[in-house]
Design a protein around this ligand. Structure first.
Ligand code: 4NP
Length: 166
């Protein structure tokens, strides 16, 4: 990556299966900490799902409620599916679990610029490598999702600040 690109800022896409639970939560959490750092002009944040089951839908009401308790508003987000442009437009395409990551690796165009990885690679003092799918579980699954994502989001922002000098 050249310096011109670096100074233009970073772009991050969070990906899960349906884009209604984990990845919109990651988008909301990361937007919040980026805004607190005053970097919203320099860091683009988005989310998408590997599958099209919930395209155009709001996040799951349980995800919206859990995030709201932490003053994070997910209600304006709408589900979308990943497409090949994402691999050129984003610097990081970060999956919530190994299955999402394998899917992304399969569909990534050969000249993709995005760094593919797991979001929890950026977490500190964390046993887990994957953000567990809360869709079929109870409300405490959404709390766990938020805890894991908040941890990793802090590490991700530190990595971007260091790489982009911002
Ligand atoms: P997400 O959760 O991938 O975190 O948005 C899911 C949402 C929907 C389904 C599975 C997981 N589904 O099977 O419809």
């Amino acid at each position: 990556m050249n310096d011109a690109r670096k100074s233009a800022g970073a772009a991050v896409l969070f990906v899960c299966l349906g884009n209604i639970c984990r990845s919109p939560t990651a988008e909301g959490v990361f937007r919040c900490i980026v805004k607190s750092a005053g970097l919203e002009e320099l860091i683009r944040v988005d989310s998408a799902g590997t599958h099209d089951y919930h395209v155009g839908e709001k996040p799951d009401p349980r995800a919206i409620a859990a995030a709201q308790l932490r003053q994070i508003d997910l209600s304006a987000f709408r589900g979308r599916q990943t497409d090949s442009e994402d691999f050129y437009e984003f610097d990081f395409v970060l999956a919530m679990d190994q299955s999402n990551l394998s899917h992304l690796a399969r569909i990534a165009p050969p000249k993709a610029k995005a760094q593919l990885g797991l979001l929890l690679d950026f977490a500190t003092d964390c046993e887990e490598q994957e953000v567990p799918d809360p869709y079929y579980g109870g409300n405490n699954g959404f709390e766990r999702v938020l805890d894991l994502i908040e941890n990793a989001a802090t590490g991700l922002l530190a990595e971007i600040r260091s790489r982009w000098n911002i």
